[in-house]
Write a protein that binds this ligand. Structure first.
Ligand code: ATP
Ligand code: MG
Length: 583
């Protein structure tokens, strides 16, 4: 069974059980400055898991694009990619452990509706309890109906407990593992199971999280009034299990790209080849979701992935100087990935556009390398080579210089602490930053867009946005630099609305309806059939701003304070950027 069929079956299976299919959110989180990329299916759903009603109801299912840069050093092993799709089903205060466990099991095992996996290869873990929370005997007892007791293991909080910080929902989880060895391991004692897990002979394929308790100041204070289920299963790992492979790179998702590498490079080597395939795939998905290589934030991650792929490629294929040229191995690999995902709606940018970005990045990298090489030859220190000239330390080593890596890494860590404190915070992952400051900025963001349309031109369209605790940023289509007069007028327009104490109302409506009333949409985003729209109404009840948006927002503009534009600048041809604050 191919991955496209696995994804289709997953969505269908849960649709048949009352779930609404929602589209994958972009890899780039909307209005969430606390993370660089979505790292799990639950991330875009956080407001709903925290209690806001979801417009599509209480049972949801989807396949979410995820990037985990924190797994980058694992890539090349059998089970980790930097990009993967997470299949997930959710109960928002609806069903709980009984149904969640039964359906996970049925989907994995059922031949008709599910994947037809071998039940004898399935192992399960549940939470063993600790000083904070009880043993999850409930989950154990439910699992017992499907899986022999001796293949259900009790495990500690490190692997089987979910929480975010000291306040909010938390609870136990249960994980499913699949034996991917050729002949099958059979029954395993807990010790044997742990060993098999560490050797990647059994592989975690699914995690069901039960948001059961409420934590306050680090202590559990009781059961949540509304309990949620959040499950996540990696499509790549499921494909491994279904297709009888012992690593991700042998699944149909990667087979095409790996074939190209095996056939075309001079010195094929498993690990670098896997890294090249992984990094190119992740880059393709980042680029199609609007990320471009740069020196900060998301762009920096993309740049690192591309340059690492280029270096690994170079090490296997030294003959090819222009790695990213038409007909090159890179080019072929990109085409393979576009083929694999042609049945999905993921890769909305044409492959030529993606290829251009990769090619340009290689050109830049080559210039860097040339300059770095000169510095290298004149004896420059590896740390300076890296930080000042962007010359990769791998290359310094490859060229025959001895580098004390421990020393080097300590220096780099210190350097990054100094230069990247702001974006370093973004690696933490976790929940969206929904504090008062960002919520207020978010509402003024809506007002600003409406103000630009009212004062500058009705053709102004949003092309990007980013909100931190300190400021908001909006990128928008506009053919000219704003004059001082325009800026003042826009500012005055927004402040006028704030002083009029207007209501901010959340409405749910069918997508077609929202489109009909002309609500502002995120460029290129996919929306479910029913959406939520935030409307700001003037004193007469007429909408002055309507945007597709998950929120949250303030309920009245009087909560905002003084609005001020800090900066207006160009981003690219026809796209301007404004940074603004609330005083
Ligand atoms: P592991 O311990 O194996 O890294 P995890 O505990 O980090 O997994 P979860 O955070 O529970 O994984 O994510 C849910 C599911 O997503 C996993 O069961 C797995 O199927 C998949 N998954 C997680 N990380 C990756 C990755 N780097 N590459 C591919 N699939 C992944
Ligand atoms: Mg992990």
């Amino acid at each position: 069974m191919q991955s496209n069929e696995i994804r289709r079956r997953f969505l269908k299976f849960f649709e048949n059980r009352g779930h609404k299919i929602i589209p994958s959110a972009s890899l780039v989180p909307e209005n969430d400055p606390s993370v660089l990329f979505n790292t799990a299916g639950m991330q875009p759903l956080v407001p709903y898991l925290l209690g806001q009603p979801h417009p599509m109801g209480k049972r949801l299912v989807n396949a979410q694009k995820c990037v985990r840069t924190q797994d980058i050093d694992e890539v090349g092993d059998n089970t980790h990619d930097t990009f993967f799709e997470m299949l997930g089903n959710w109960s928002l205060g609806d069903y709980f452990k009984d149904d969640a466990i039964q359906w996970s099991y049925e989907f994995l095992i059922s031949k008709e509706e599910g994947l037809g996996l071998d039940p004898k290869r399935l192992y399960v873990t549940v939470f063993e309890g600790d000083e904070n929370a009880p043993k999850d005997t409930e989950a154990f007892d439910i699992w017992k109906k499907y899986v022999p007791e001796h293949r259900i293991y009790y495990m500690g909080a490190k692997s089987n407990w979910w929480s975010v910080g000291d306040n909010g929902p938390c609870g136990p989880d249960t994980e499913m593992f699949y034996d991917v060895t050729k002949n099958g391991l059979g029954d395993l004692s807990k010790e044997e199971y742990l060993k098999a897990d560490s050797e990647q002979k059994v592989v975690e394929i699914w995690n069901d999280v039960f948001m059961q308790f409420l934590k306050k100041d680090g202590k559990i204070i009781g059961q949540l009034p509304s309990q949620n289920v959040d499950t996540g299963s990696g499509l790549e790992r499921i494909a491994m299990a279904v297709q009888g492979k012992s690593n991700l790179f042998e699944t149909d998702l990667f087979a095409g790209a790996m074939e190209v590498l095996k056939n075309l490079v001079d010195k094929y080597d498993d690990r670098p080849a896997r890294i090249v395939a992984d990094h190119i795939r992740t880059s393709i998905f980042m680029i199609t979701d609007g990320v471009l290589p740069s020196n900060t934030g998301r762009g920096y991650i993309l740049r690192r992935l591309l340059r690492r792929a280029i270096l690994k490629m170079r090490s296997m294929h030294p003959g090819e100087f222009n790695i990213a040229s038409e007909g090159s191995v890179f080019f072929e690999i990109i085409q393979k990935f576009f083929e694999i995902y042609s049945d999905t709606s993921y890769l909305i940018k044409p492959e030529t556009e993606v290829f251009e970005v990769i090619k340009n990045e290689e050109l830049k990298f080559r210039n860097t390398l040339e300059q770095g090489l000169k510095e290298f030859e004149s004896g420059t220190d590896p740390f300076v080579l890296f930080t000042t000239y962007g010359f990769p330390v791998e290359l310094t080593v490859e060229l025959g210089r001895k580098v004390n890596m421990e020393d080097f890494n300590t220096k780099i860590a210190e350097h990054q602490k100094l230069s990247q404190t702001s974006s370093a915070g973004m690696f933490k992952g976790g929940l969206a930053n929904h504090n008062d400051k960002t919520i207020r900025l978010h509402t003024s963001h809506h007002l600003l867009l409406a103000g630009l349309q009212a004062i500058v031109s009705p053709t102004v369209k949003q092309r990007g946005s980013n909100i931190t605790e300190e400021r908001l940023r909006i990128d928008f289509l506009c053919d000219h630099k704003l004059t001082d007069e325009e800026k003042q007028k826009v500012e005055a327009w927004v402040n006028d609305k704030i002083s009029k104490e207007l209501n901010v109302v959340r409405m749910e409506m069918p997508l077609v309806e929202a489109e009909k009333i002309g609500a502002e949409m995120e460029f290129g985003a996919k929306y479910p059939e029913v959406v939520s729209v935030y409307v700001i109404e003037d004193e007469g009840g007429n909408p002055i701003s309507k945007e597709f948006c998950g929120g949250p927002h303030v309920s009245n503009t009087r909560e905002l304070g003084m609005f001020k534009i800090q900066k207006e600048e160009a981003v690219s041809a026809g796209v301007r950027r404004i940074k603004a604050v609330l005083g």
